[in-house]
Design a protein around this ligand. Structure first.
Ligand SMILES: [Fe+2]
Ligand SMILES: [Fe+2]
Length: 148
């Protein structure tokens, strides 16, 4: 288990709440991996599905927030999200097929996410605090439908 630490924080509650949840989901995957038996596979797959859904939704919400405050590095940041997503999906198939164990899956994915929180996301928060409206960083992230 990897505990949420101050070093992972971007100082924006809006982001940190979701980052902490992502770490929690990685930890759920780890916990399932530790007690892996045939009977636990559906639960492992469920937790992995939740992690993937949450990661994809988090990236979308974060990019929308960046668009709202006019972050100039949004396009570059979105490419970093794309890389994280691609790498996550790449190790997903062998994990679900039982070709790589859970610890290998975690080694190949979790660290890259934490590094992203501490570097690219923190960079955004610093920019937002000096250029834009802090309230955006405090409120909960929501994804507004473009139609309404
Ligand atoms: Fe993030
Ligand atoms: Fe990000």
């Amino acid at each position: 288990m990897l505990r949420w630490r101050r070093a992972f924080q971007s100082t924006a509650p809006a982001l940190d709440e979701e980052h902490a949840r992502l770490l929690e989901l990685f930890n759920f995957v780890q916990a399932q991996g530790n007690l892996r038996r045939e009977a636990d596979l559906p639960e492992l797959n469920r937790v992995i599905g939740e992690l993937i859904d949450y990661a994809v939704a988090h990236f979308a919400r974060e990019e929308q927030l960046m668009a709202e405050v006019g972050y100039p590095d949004l396009a570059a940041h979105a490419l970093l999200h794309e890389d994280l997503r691609t790498d996550l999906f790449a190790v997903l198939r062998p994990l679900v097929a039982g070709e790589i164990p859970v610890p290998t899956f975690l080694r190949l994915t979790r660290g890259a996410f934490l590094k992203h929180f501490m570097n690219a996301d923190y960079h955004f928060v610093r920019w937002a605090r000096s250029h834009s409206c802090p309230p955006h960083l405090e409120r909960r992230l929501t994804l507004r439908n473009a139609d309404n």
